[in-house]
Design a protein around this ligand. Structure first.
Ligand code: FES
Length: 186
């Protein structure tokens, strides 16, 4: 879309239009400036340019067994998709917020009606390792979620940090259910 399509018309003639346009250019320049600062940080997390193009991915979750999960790749970053058991959901719902470093209810971390699916970033918020636990054969720590072997961070079954040096929960990622067995991330 061209920049002139956004120029507001205040009915003030050519001078007013020009002034509005200059304000628009100034705003655009500020936005580009902010982007230039942020981009190198983001870029360092995205090693593959061709993967970057995949701003949205669709994932068939039907084959993921109950109690297990997969690691998807979205925009060059790993994403956990975990199929939680009833027990894991109940534990996540019952966990006391007062004992959490980064308190969040289970309901805030999943979609209503799809509580069996937990979808988060797979990057530990300490120093960026990928915690183990997506498969039931991997160590999941004291809280049954994920265990990061790098420095011992432990996450629960809602991927909330419960023990160890990581400061925050595994971040949520944007996603939507296209139907009961297919999700779109991004
Ligand atoms: S990177 Fe996970 S505990 Fe340090």
């Amino acid at each position: 879309m061209s920049a002139t399509a956004h120029v507001p018309d205040h009915g003030s003639g050519p001078d007013g239009t020009k002034r509005d346009f200059l304000q628009l250019v100034a705003l655009a320049s500020a936005a580009v400036g902010a982007g230039a600062i942020i981009w190198p940080l983001v870029d360092s997390m995205n090693p593959s340019k061709d993967v970057l193009a995949l701003s949205e991915i669709e994932v068939d979750i039907a084959p993921i067994p109950l109690g297990s999960g997969i690691i998807a790749s979205w925009r060059g970053q790993p994403v956990f998709i975990r199929h939680r058991t009833e027990t894991e959901i109940k534990e996540a719902q019952a966990a006391p917020l007062s004992e959490m470093r980064d308190p969040a209810t289970d309901a805030e971390r999943v979609k209503a009606g799809h509580e069996q699916w937990l979808i988060t970033s797979a990057i530990c918020t300490h120093l960026g390792c990928i915690p183990g636990g997506i498969k039931p054969t991997q160590p999941r720590g004291e809280f049954g979620g994920w265990f990061c072997p790098c420095h011992g961070s432990q996450y629960d079954t809602a991927a909330r940090i419960r023990k160890g040096p990581a400061p925050r929960n595994l971040p949520l990622v944007p996603y939507a259910f296209l139907n009961d067995t297919k999700i779109k991330i991004g």
